[in-house]
Design a protein around this ligand. Structure first.
Ligand SMILES: C[S@@+](CC[C@H](N)C(=O)[O-])C[C@H]1O[C@@H](n2cnc3c(N)ncnc32)[C@H](O)[C@@H]1O
Length: 420
């Protein structure tokens, strides 16, 4: 265990799957009613399929929801079966978060699940983000989050990869609400192996360890991850996190447009004798509709630094393998993506002055790209230090014409509904 800056205890990760089941007797006398639209993303079924199962449309009773939970077609999204009715009947309130503003961009310091409740439904044209990896990094200022599945942990520090998948899909469920009908979500994520390992602050620390330059013993590390005890994954097995997130995103009603491979021009060495090294990450492109706003020509039009074609590595055809460099990581954040990555996503799926959101803004590369491309931007991060780094980085980009055109000079011009 280690105390982080503001006292959060970050425990070791030791795979634990709760032994839990739905208690039907607790629900039999309840009389609440729900809409099909409300229930569909929680049971992982399309509204049309629910109508087929129940033989009618209209509102659903608690008994109807129990019937859906018994279907062979039921599939967990972000709530285990035993927690779906608790979630449907709970009162949820948004809470206030600290924030900083400057012209046409807004940075919110706070936990993502609370901060997203402050945004106006349907206001965001493009979400582009790279989330924490599961069980790989200790971020500064980690904060415990109370998740809908009952687990309380920092995001990325779940006891199992399944917990991380559920929490990622819970955030996607909230993002679906703030996304415009023709908007896009670009979700950058790398998989994790189920291995016994020390959890480190950044890639450079991990590299030093591989070179034998880590003098700390196993016990000296801030947090460790164990692999034994998982309900099915073997030691050393790939967890398959990105495809599970994509599959469940579809179950909550999003449209999986592409599973893009980001082929990195350089990557960490991995001294493994039993498998190939990893040189890629994924970008899951999710939308609300089959035909989102999409400007394919932007690939040829914008500069490579902002995601245009990486000449010499990429062909003229925009395909689902993106060959982009890794970030130099110079400004104090250990897990950055290169500006070209969010730049490409933003250029492809927005127009000037549209609103871009990064719920894990880190060092602010997505905001830098958004501002350079003339888009409005909201970034969220739990770390005050990263919010400061992002503010400096974004503010230093020469402002495009959009701010003057929209007179977006204060946060009131950005679509917030909650208390700030
Ligand atoms: C992979 S990094 C993002 C890096 C960013 N794309 C960049 O280029 O710098 C993930 C970020 O998520 C933030 N984070 C972790 N848990 C969070 C939470 N519950 N709410 C908001 N931000 C969180 C971390 O502080 C970290 O900066």
């Amino acid at each position: 265990m280690v105390a982080l800056n503001h006292g959060v205890q970050l425990p070791d990760i030791k795979p634990q799957t709760p032994v839990a089941a739905l208690d039907r007797s607790a629900w039999l006398s309840r009389e609440e009613m729900f809409s099909i639209a409300e229930v569909a993303p929680l049971v992982g079924m399309a509204p049309t399929f629910i109508a087929k199962v129940l033989g009618r449309r209209g509102h659903l009773t608690v008994q109807d929801v129990l019937t859906l939970l018994d279907q062979d077609a039921f599939s967990e999204t972000f709530l285990p079966r035993s927690k779906v009715l608790d979630y449907l009947t709970a009162d949820r309130e948004a809470s206030a978060v600290d924030h900083q503003t400057t012209a046409a961009h807004l940075l919110i310091e706070g936990n993502v699940t609370e901060a997203l409740d402050l945004l106006e439904p349907g206001s965001v044209q493009c979400v582009v983000t790279s989330t924490p990896y599961w069980g790989l990094r200790i971020y500064k200022d980690s904060k415990l989050v109370q998740w809908a599945d009952g687990e309380e942990c920092a995001y990325g520090h779940e006891q199992t990869p399944e917990g991380f998948v559920r929490h990622s899909v819970q955030i996607l469920f909230q993002l679906r609400n703030v996304l415009a009908e023709d908007g896009s979500i670009w979700w950058n994520i790398m998989d994790s192996y189920n291995t016994r390992t020390q959890i480190r602050g950044n890639a450079a620390e991990a590299l030093r360890a591989m070179q034998g330059k880590d003098s700390k013993s196993w016990a000296d590390h801030a947090a460790r991850r164990y692999s034994a005890g998982h309900s099915y994954l073997k030691d050393g097995e790939l967890s398959m996190i990105p495809v599970q997130i994509a599959q469940r995103a579809s179950r909550i009603g999003l449209f999986v447009k592409s599973l893009i491979t980001w082929a990195k021009t350089s990557s960490m060495p991995e001294p493994q004798n039993s498998r190939v090294s990893r040189g890629s990450e994924f970008v899951i492109h999710l939308t609300k509709t089959r035909t989102p706003k999409f400007d394919r020509e932007a690939y040829r039009r914008v500069t490579p630094a902002l995601g245009g074609r990486n000449v010499g590595y990429e062909s003229d055809k925009l395909a689902d393998v993106w060959v982009l460099p890794t970030s130099s990581g110079k400004n104090g954040h250990g897990a950055q993506f290169p500006t070209a990555l969010p730049g490409r996503c933003i250029a492809l799926s927005t127009a000037p002055n549209d609103l871009v959101l990064d719920p894990f803004v880190g060092s602010g590369n997505s905001g830098v790209a958004a501002r350079a491309l003339g888009r409005r931007f909201i970034g969220i991060d739990v770390s005050p230090q990263y919010i400061g780094i992002a503010e400096t980085a974004i503010s230093s980009v020469p402002q495009s014409g959009f701010a003057a055109a929209t007179n977006a000079s204060t946060h009131q011009d950005l679509p917030m509904t909650g208390e700030l």
